[in-house]
Design a protein around this ligand. Structure first.
Ligand SMILES: *Cc1c(COP(=O)(O)O)cnc(C)c1O
Length: 428
């Protein structure tokens, strides 16, 4: 492998050292994956998952035993009362929107406690009664409480924001594509306890995207009323071709189901076409696959730190999601890095990404993704907006080896294009 690189010999030396250094962190991730694997297996056994559960329904999808069993396994895994795991939830945004519309009623207010939510939610929240069908259009108001400069919850601001309209509090576990740290399960537990101490009547929603199986517990174990996520991220294990999930207290999951489908049908209907085998098998693999992505992220972080770059999280830091930030410090390096990742993709390796304008972004964005499932971020991808400090976001990876090979390729690309020199390590 190294022979095919322009600076293979030197890179191999560095990589060998890095892999020795990260052994204890890798071992911890493997232990967590093993625990997750045991838990998944245990709930498969408890619910008697059988060959006939892997066969999917058609038409209305009433009495789909496989779907109902999968949802019981999911609910147990998340320490929740009920779950909705469906192929017709088309994305994470769709799952989140079903929760918000399911719970909130005209006159209610949603407060996001963790600053600005993920980009795709802006239009769900909406800004005026413009006929778009946004929450604002239904007279559901919204406020957000920006995080403090240190990245923690601004409790005084939160208490000021509360009114008699306030009904639902939103928490985003993962940093997503912002520069703040992610919230661990123990932090989420503290946050929820604090909300309950101030106003026990409020409901708590957690956007759990990118977080599943990274820690031993999920936000529902920490007291969240309802959470949501995407199956083409962590819990689909790389096998789910589409889909999303919602889980939490039965009352609120039923409301979300009524919104997703129709009142009176709710959870009862919804064919699973040919998806169930992928969902069961993907869930079975998910703890391991998430572990592989995390190991890849730790390797990446350690390697790039060694070369003088700031990374977040650092390789030794506690993780609660699969996102890795690398501060590359120059547009040339960001472009070369993403091009290197793309050139090591199993699909579309021959394509070279370039920065381009994207809806919802102020600056051009470069994106590298050569995935089997379109847009699946449990598979390896890297991207970043072309603006200082030129941060690359790297996430996913079905195998540790793939992440390692791709990041080495990205490093070689930066060196070959002259945007990085490794003969003289320096602080960038
Ligand atoms: C991915 C993601 C979403 C939803 O995105 P989709 O592309 O609609 O699946 C929401 N919040 C966070 C933090 C995410 O990472």
């Amino acid at each position: 492998m190294y022979k095919h690189l322009s600076h293979g010999f030197r890179i191999k030396q560095i990589v060998t050292e890095i892999e020795q250094k990260i052994v204890p962190v890798i071992r911890k991730i493997e232990e967590q994956a093993e625990y997750g694997q045991w838990k998944v297996l245990d709930f498969f056994r408890k619910h008697g998952v059988s060959e006939h559960h892997l066969q999917s329904s058609t038409g209305y999808g009433y009495d789909d035993l496989g779907r109902d069993t999968l949802e019981k396994v999911f609910a147990d895994l998340f320490g929740a009362e009920m779950a909705l795991v469906r192929p017709n939830i088309i994305s994470g945004t769709h799952a989140i929107a079903a929760c918000l519309y399911g719970i909130l009623r005209p006159g209610d207010e949603l407060i996001y406690l963790t600053g600005k939510p993920y980009d795709t939610l802006q239009q769900v929240i909406g800004s005026g009664q413009d006929g778009s069908g946004s929450l604002a259009d239904y007279n559901i108001s919204y406020q957000e409480v920006p995080l403090t400069p240190e990245g923690s919850i601004n409790w005084p601001r939160f208490e000021q924001a509360l009114t008699h309209r306030t009904r639902l509090i939103g928490i985003q576990r993962s940093r997503g594509y912002s520069a703040r740290p992610s919230f661990t399960i123990s932090q989420i537990k503290e946050i929820i306890n604090h909300i309950r101490a101030i106003r026990p009547d409020l409901l708590v929603f957690v956007d759990n995207c990118y977080g599943e199986f990274v820690e031993a517990e999920e936000p529902t174990h920490a007291g969240a009323d309802i959470i949501a996520g995407s199956l083409i991220k962590n819990p689909g294990g790389g096998l789910a071709k589409s889909g999303g999930y919602i889980t939490g207290k039965a009352k609120w999951v039923k409301r979300a189901a009524s919104r997703l489908v129709a009142p009176g049908i709710g959870l009862e209907g919804g064919a699973t076409y040919g998806y169930l085998r992928d969902f069961f098998q993907g869930l079975f693999l998910a703890p391991h696959v998430v572990g592989e992505a995390l190991k890849g992220a730790v390797f990446t972080s350690a390697l790039l730190e060694e070369l003088g770059f700031d990374t977040s999280p650092g390789w030794q830091e506690k993780r609660t999601d699969i996102i890795q930030q690398i501060h590359l410090g120059s547009p040339e390096r960001l472009v070369a890095f993403c091009q290197g990742i793309q050139s090591a993709s199993p699909v579309d390796a021959h394509i070279s990404p370039v920065p381009a304008a994207m809806p919802g972004y102020e600056d051009p964005v470069i994106m590298a993704a050569g995935t089997f499932v379109q847009g699946a971020s449990i598979e390896l991808s890297a991207d970043g907006p072309i603006r200082p400090p030129y941060i690359a976001y790297l996430q996913g990876g079905l195998t540790y080896s793939h992440v390692k090979i791709a990041v080495i390729q990205a490093l070689d690309q930066m060196i070959s294009t002259g945007s990085l020199s490794i003969t003289t390590p320096e602080k960038h």
